[in-house]
Design a protein around this ligand. Sequence first.
Ligand code: GTP
Length: 198
Amino acid sequence: MAKASKPVTGIILAGGKSSRMGFDKGMAAFNGRAMVTWVIDTLQAVCTHSMIISNTDAYHQLGLPVYADIYTDSGPLGGIYTGLKYSTTEYNLIMACDMPYVKPELLVQLLAFADDYSIVVPSVNGQFEPLCGFYHKSTLPKMEELLQQNTRKMQHVIRQFPYKEIQIEGSSPDSQMFANINTPEQLLQNQISTQSKQ
Ligand SMILES: Nc1nc2c(ncn2[C@@H]2O[C@H](COP(=O)(O)OP(=O)(O)OP(=O)(O)O)[C@@H](O)[C@H]2O)c(=O)[nH]1
């Protein structure tokens, strides 16, 4: 997979509570290795730099820069803000640590609109997938304003910017890429189904 023509930072969100999983989901074993490492591989196929936003020491063993949330307990928006703040590139791809099925080809599709929009996100049946998106560094000041206003809903955040939506039908196989692994049951079921496909 060719890297993007401009520098792009891959920002992995690995904070939050993992309350449904009951333990840190990014470091949970998924198909033989930590779930976050699948996401790292996807981003590194396309990005020139990568970083992890987490408040947990375990992520330091993965060989990437790890930054703690600047605004704590602020949900994914807080993680996005921190990533963009530390990023040194205009182009940034954000991914949640619990989306191991996203393909680099999708990220390339998002980057194709990076010159024309502040945010580019896929949507499935009209619902944005904000934690697999392109975010321009210039969104930072407004992101901070939204955080300070206690905004949490990413569906609302995206609409504050010039954004592009890549629509994906819920019935298409591509929509399966956005499956989150949030619970021990999903972890187990997805490992079995992934292995049976090999
Ligand atoms: N850096 C950072 N990432 C977060 C934060 N909250 C959620 N995330 C990340 O955002 C993605 C989606 O998180 P959720 O599944 O909605 O929330 P969660 O707190 O991780 O899990 P639950 O407690 O089960 O809801 C995951 O990759 C999380 O690691 C946060 O406060 N900071």
